[in-house]
Design a protein around this ligand. Structure first.
Ligand SMILES: [Fe+2]
Ligand SMILES: [Fe+2]
Length: 413
């Protein structure tokens, strides 16, 4: 009788290993077959990590087993995680539309602020090759310890928008830590300013009429200026240049950091650097009215799409003019960042001296960041190549500002 019961309960439903999803808790006990015997490999509720996946791959195990009675539970696990584990076909319109929409539900973060061994209460996911996959499950009730392997993954580390308050708390705690000193302090402060700016800008892009957010942008620009004044190398912590995809908020913080740094290099007054920083941080705010599909389109925009995309400058001007506290000087970074000295820019085709200093600075910073940012359909230019490309566009950019810009970025070129 006892033997019969054991036979009925034999875990004999085979499951391909690829159905186990990194970063999820396993829905039931998982077995492997070794020397014709079935042995427990993972217990139910265990976190399936990248390390577990690598070990199975190393051992050449491609199939695991579960009990028949756990089959419905496993089916539910698969369907609950299906949307995260499904790759997107960038050539399929419907599939890409879904990707563009889904991308907006997440926020890209910098792994440099995540220390292995610390506890986090927000979940981590990975965006790579148009595919979203869970990496680590965590919440207030069930915090998780950060594992080094999680931070080494290739792709963009992302979190759910609903987890932003918990991520914000994590940054705040790091910034306020009394264990920091010397170079660590300025490094963490710069990374924290960058990450907080990205959060505030993503919020601003979602609600560009909010007056409150301008004050937050001003505070962050001042923090950014303090970081660079304290240590010119802080610029490297303030910039995000590696990534799988493009995010308007990340690009905006990069353009502001580059512009502020250039403003400092040419000895602008503090008050002017603040106006330059605020203007460049919000230079692409008009993209808030452009559809996600056009913003995220992989490859060349057609004529109609390009016209829509270019309208972000006029839209940005309209939005920022309504903000009475936004300085007129800052507005020139919004209005003129796509103008070129040759007159070939947009929206007004301004030439030479008609383009102000903030317009000239933001145009260089904007183009440099666009070239050094990776897109899923093309690799990023190295800083050196990007600077060479911009330098060849003689007649489009201010040559003396460009020289100082190149010198300023000499270390990363
Ligand atoms: Fe722009
Ligand atoms: Fe831009």
């Amino acid at each position: 009788m006892a033997t019969k019961v054991r036979e009925i309960e034999k875990p004999d439903i085979p499951i391909p290993v690829r159905q186990l999803i990194v970063g999820t808790r396993l829905p039931c006990d998982i077995f492997i077959r070794e020397n014709d015997e079935l042995k427990v490999l993972f217990n139910m509720d265990v976190l399936y990590t990248k390390i577990s996946q690598d070990i199975l791959k190393e051992k050449g195990i491609s199939e695991v087993y579960i009990f028949m009675r756990d089959s419905p539970r496993f089916d539910h696990y698969l369907s609950a995680n299906r949307s995260l584990n499904r790759p997107v076909d960038p050539d399929s319109k419907a599939s890409f539309k879904e990707y563009a929409y889904r991308k907006e539900q997440y926020h890209q973060i910098d792994p440099a602020l995540l220390t292995p061994g610390t506890q986090i209460s927000f979940s981590l996911l990975l965006l790579d090759k148009f595919k979203f996959s869970p990496l680590l499950d965590a919440s207030d009730n069930s915090p998780a310890e950060l594992d080094e392997s999680v931070l080494k993954v290739a792709g963009d580390l992302i979190i759910k928008k609903s987890d932003l308050p918990r991520y914000y708390e994590y940054i705040l705690a790091l910034r306020q830590s009394d264990k920091l000193s010397g170079s660590d302090k300025i490094k963490i402060k710069s990374l924290a300013v960058k990450e907080t700016s990205k959060i505030v800008l993503q919020d601003f892009l979602a609600d560009p009429r909010s007056g409150e957010k301008i004050k937050e942008v001003n505070t962050l620009v001042n923090d950014m200026i303090d970081c660079i004044l304290e240590d010119r190398d802080a610029i490297y912590m303030l910039l995000s240049m590696k990534g799988y995809d493009y995010y308007t908020y990340t690009h905006s913080v990069n353009v502001a950091a580059l512009s502020v740094s250039l403003g400092i290099a040419i000895d602008l007054k503090r008050d002017d650097i603040e106006k330059l920083g605020t203007g460049t941080m919000l230079h692409d705010i008009g993209k808030s009215v452009i559809s996600h599909e056009i913003l995220n389109k992989q490859g060349k925009l057609d004529n109609v799409e390009y016209t829509v995309m270019k309208s972000h400058v006029i839209e940005g001007e309209k939005i920022m003019r309504d903000h009475k506290s936004f300085p007129e000087e800052s507005l020139s970074a919004v209005v003129q960042h796509h103008e070129k000295l040759s007159g070939k820019g947009y929206p007004y085709g301004l030439c030479g001296k008609d383009i102000g200093l903030f317009g000239r600075i933001s145009a260089i910073a904007d183009c440099y960041d666009a070239l050094t940012t990776r897109r899923p359909y093309r690799l990023a230019f190295s800083p050196f190549t990007a600077l060479t490309v911009i330098s060849k566009e003689t007649g489009d950019y201010d040559a003396s500002l460009l020289r100082i810009f190149i010198k300023m970025l000499g270390k990363i070129s």
